[in-house]
Write a protein that binds this ligand. Structure first.
Ligand SMILES: NC(=O)c1ccc[n+]([C@@H]2O[C@H](COP(=O)([O-])OP(=O)(O)OC[C@H]3O[C@@H](n4cnc5c(N)ncnc54)[C@H](O)[C@@H]3O)[C@@H](O)[C@H]2O)c1
Length: 276
């Protein structure tokens, strides 16, 4: 039996965590899973620990038992700032700081497309494009990316920040023709990030090989993520007439973050919205 410590997955009770757990166990032999809520049925070779990421002592204890971290836990949509601060900002700080203390130097961090959501949909982005968060949630992901940069430069960590688009079994809306990440591609991306010899700070866009994609992973080719699916296979189901019937002035159409951008949008300097 291997004496190697398991990989830790935070957010293990979430949508993506539940799908990933058996597959990560198959690939890596064992898993230490954690979430603030109950994780349901535990698999063979899996240990589940309930833990609030905002509790630094509990996170320290958790991280002591692992060799690498897939940090997917936290609030995954827009919420009042104090909730985001505790779960995502303080929570991510606790994970990185515990990792430093325990010599765990590889972290795969679930960032989000909402770190760059206010770029327009006619803009192509790569790893050096400036951040343009579209929510407090997006700001918390930018914080996580900046924390990753600090721990890479100061402590020699290898960190992948996954700017995940829309991780879904199938794309269902027009925006997802650009942002879709299939579950098999998500899995392949995580495995690549855990097995690449070195990551440094890798800003990786989490999207399938979508014909209408906005994001270029050319600068992080060393990670070895080669997505296989393409949302275009669903285009005729999503747009049977072939026509994009969304209002082109709507911030949800114009900006990459979609409805996260239009939610609460009241920019008085915008000549296009609301329509006059
Ligand atoms: N699903 C997507 O398309 C997508 C897109 C971009 C980014 N992401 C990111 O990927 C990760 C996983 O996404 P998901 O769709 O599975 O989200 P999810 O909301 O289903 O899962 C997140 C999990 O984190 C847990 N959590 C929340 N607060 C916590 C706390 N204080 N302590 C410990 N656990 C806590 C929740 O209980 C939940 O089980 C998230 O970080 C999300 O922001 C997902």
């Amino acid at each position: 039996m291997s004496t190697e410590k398991p990989i830790l997955l935070t957010g293990a009770a979430g949508t993506l965590g539940r799908w990933l757990r058996p597959r990560l166990i198959d690939r890596f032999g064992s898993l230490l899973s954690s979430d603030i809520v109950d994780g349901g049925e535990t698999h063979a070779n899996e240990t589940f620990v309930r833990c609030d990421l905002a509790d630094g002592g509990a996170v320290d204890h958790l991280v002591a038992g692992c060799r690498a971290i897939i940090h997917f836990g936290g609030i995954s949509n827009e919420k009042p700032f104090m909730q985001i601060m505790n779960a995502n900002i303080l929570g991510t700080y606790n994970v990185f700081e515990a990792a430093r203390r325990h010599g765990v130097r590889r972290i795969v961090f679930a960032s989000s497309n909402h770190a760059i959501g206010f770029h327009t949909t006619d803009t192509k982005l790569d790893a050096l494009s400036p951040v343009r968060p579209d929510t407090f949630y997006g700001v918390s992901k930018v914080f996580g990316e900046n924390l990753a940069s600090l721990y890479v430069d100061k402590h020699g960590f290898d960190v992948a920040c996954l700017r995940i688009g829309s991780a879904l079994p199938e794309p269902k809306v027009i925006r997802a023709l650009s942002t879709w990440l299939s579950y098999p591609d998500l899995h392949q991306m995580i495995v690549a990030c855990l097995t690449a010899p070195r990551l440094g700070l890798a800003i990786v866009y989490g999207a399938s090989a979508n014909t209408r994609g906005w994001w270029d992973n050319g600068m992080v080719a060393h990670v070895g993520f080669n997505p296989q699916q393409n949302a275009e296979a669903y285009a005729s189901d999503i747009m049977p007439t072939g026509v994009d019937d969304r209002d082109p002035r709507d911030p949800a159409t114009r900006f990459q973050g979609g409805p996260f951008c239009s939610d609460g949008y009241d920019n008085p300097h915008d000549p296009d919205w609301p329509p006059r």
